[in-house]
Structures are given as C-alpha cells and as structure tokens.
Design a protein around this ligand. Structure first.
Ligand SMILES: [Zn+2]
Length: 271
C-alpha cells in the first residue's frame, strides 16, 4: 500500500516572492503572477519526489487568498499514475479540507512567518484584519495553527519550506521535520532569494529525506488560551469568538480579545 500525504501551499514563502508595498500578493500584480508560477514549480518538484518515494495518494491544498492560484494541469503531470486531488476555493471555514487520520504526513510550502518585523510578507491570516494571535502567550500563525489541526488527527509535519525567519519559527515547533530555506528575509517586501530552480531541486531532495522521517505531531494543549489582536478597535468589537463556557471572549486592552478554546479548529468557528 502506497503512502498518503497532504501538501499545504501558500504563496508568500516561495522563492523570489516579495509582494508589493501596501498590497501584499494582490491578484493582477506581476509579483502575484510570478508567485503562482513558482508555487506551482515548487509543488511539482515536491510531488515528483513524493511519487518516486512511493506516494500514491496526495491532496494539494491551494490555500492562498481566493484559493485559486496553482496550475492544476502542471501538478497532475508531476504526480502521473497516482491519485492526486486538489482542495481549492474560498468560503469554507474548514482548514485542511479532506485531511483524515490515514494521512502519513503534512508538507508546508510557501507559508510565511508570524510576528517578526523583518520577515517577508509576515502576517497572520489577514494582514488587513489581524495584528497577531497568541496561544498560551506564544505567537502563532497559519503554520502552527494548521499543524495543530492536523496534529489532533495524529498527522505529523514532515517538511516546511519558506524564508529563513519562518523556517526558524518552524524549527522551534516541529523539530523533527525537514526544512528548506527559499530566501533570506530583508524586509516586508524584500529578500535575498535562492534561485527558483535551485529551490525546486533542494525541495525534491529534502522531500525524499522527509518521507522516511517521523516528523513532528504538533498539538495545542486542551483547553488553551487564545488571544486575538485586531488592527482596528471596531474589528475587536465585532469579534464573535466564544470560549469553552459559551461566553464571548474577554478584552485585553482595546484591540485584543482573549478566551479559552478546546481545540485548534474552534478558532475558525467564528473568525
Ligand atoms: Zn498567503
């Protein structure tokens, strides 16, 4: 029986990707078009390596913005002969659609850092809405929260590829994963990047090693304290999060709401 993997693909962390000042990776910009191509190339390199290592069932989750960024024909070609599915689009609150406990591991491509002032395109979910999130006092971003959703199913993180700051954060939380540094962060819209093709080569090699590693099953304690800091007071006032007792989240200053949740998925019940 072949192996089954789940590949989460965001855009900010791929090679030579920096976004545009004030816009991030906005659709219609040349920076966005390049990021889509490079994310497709990095995902293709990963899929090819996984297929060669015996994977026959993979879901690729296209999770940036609208959820419609990758070249699905190209990715299908990279995983020829295997069962490849795509989770795409927006409007569902479910993170990691289609993931279940039978999956052998999780791969993160293109994710970005959280709470770091010089990290390229650093943010948490929406840079327009949120200033940051903390779990039990520690900063978390999509990477940690999505990994915790998978961790509840017992699925380990096998590989993270992103800029140096995101990878450093990932090393702290997933010590038994493989890592690929795509670029050195210089500022929110600036980096010193490895060449696009070289990153794809490094990814293929790292993926081959990752398949045989245990990886890290990452979870939050239950219950855990979630603090959500908003960019605007009116967003904080509109926060619909309720804690384990059914009460609205409390306040910590004018911009931050705090409460206890039972599991990582509960974050998305109201946000
Ligand atoms: Zn993104």
């Amino acid at each position: 029986m072949g192996k089954k993997f789940y590949v989460c693909v965001d855009l900010e962390g791929v090679a030579c990707t920096i976004g545009r000042s004030g816009q991030g990776l906005a659709a219609g910009t040349p920076e966005y078009a390049f990021a889509c191509q490079q994310a497709t190339d990095e995902t293709s390199a990963l899929l090819g390596a996984l297929r060669r290592c015996g994977a026959d069932d993979v879901i690729v989750w296209d999770c940036h913005g609208s959820g419609y960024n990758l070249d699905y024909h190209a990715l299908e070609g990279a995983f020829a002969g295997g069962h490849l599915r795509f989770a795409l689009g927006a409007g569902s609150r479910k993170r990691l659609p289609g993931l279940d406990a039978s999956c052998d591991g999780l791969f993160f491509l293109g994710y970005h850092a959280c709470d770091a002032k010089d990290a390229t395109l650093c943010h948490v979910y929406s840079s327009a809405t949120f200033a940051g999130m903390r779990v039990n006092g520690r900063p978390v971003g999509e990477l940690q929260i999505d990994a915790a959703v998978a961790g509840r199913l017992g699925v380990p993180v096998k590989l993270v590829a992103s800029d140096d700051i995101c990878v450093a954060q990932a090393r702290e939380t997933f010590p038994d994963a493989e890592f690929v540094v795509t670029k050195q962060s210089l500022a929110w819209n600036s980096c010193l990047s490895e060449a696009p093709g070289a990153v794809c080569g490094a990814l293929a090699e790292a993926a081959s090693r990752a398949v045989d590693r245990d990886g890290t099953v990452f979870t939050f304690p239950s219950p855990f304290e979630l603090a959500v800091s908003f960019k605007r007071i009116e967003y904080a006032q509109g926060c619909a999060l309720h804690d384990v007792d059914g009460n609205p989240f409390g306040w910590d200053g004018a911009y931050t709401r705090v409460g206890q949740l039972r599991q990582a998925e509960d974050i998305f019940t109201y946000i």
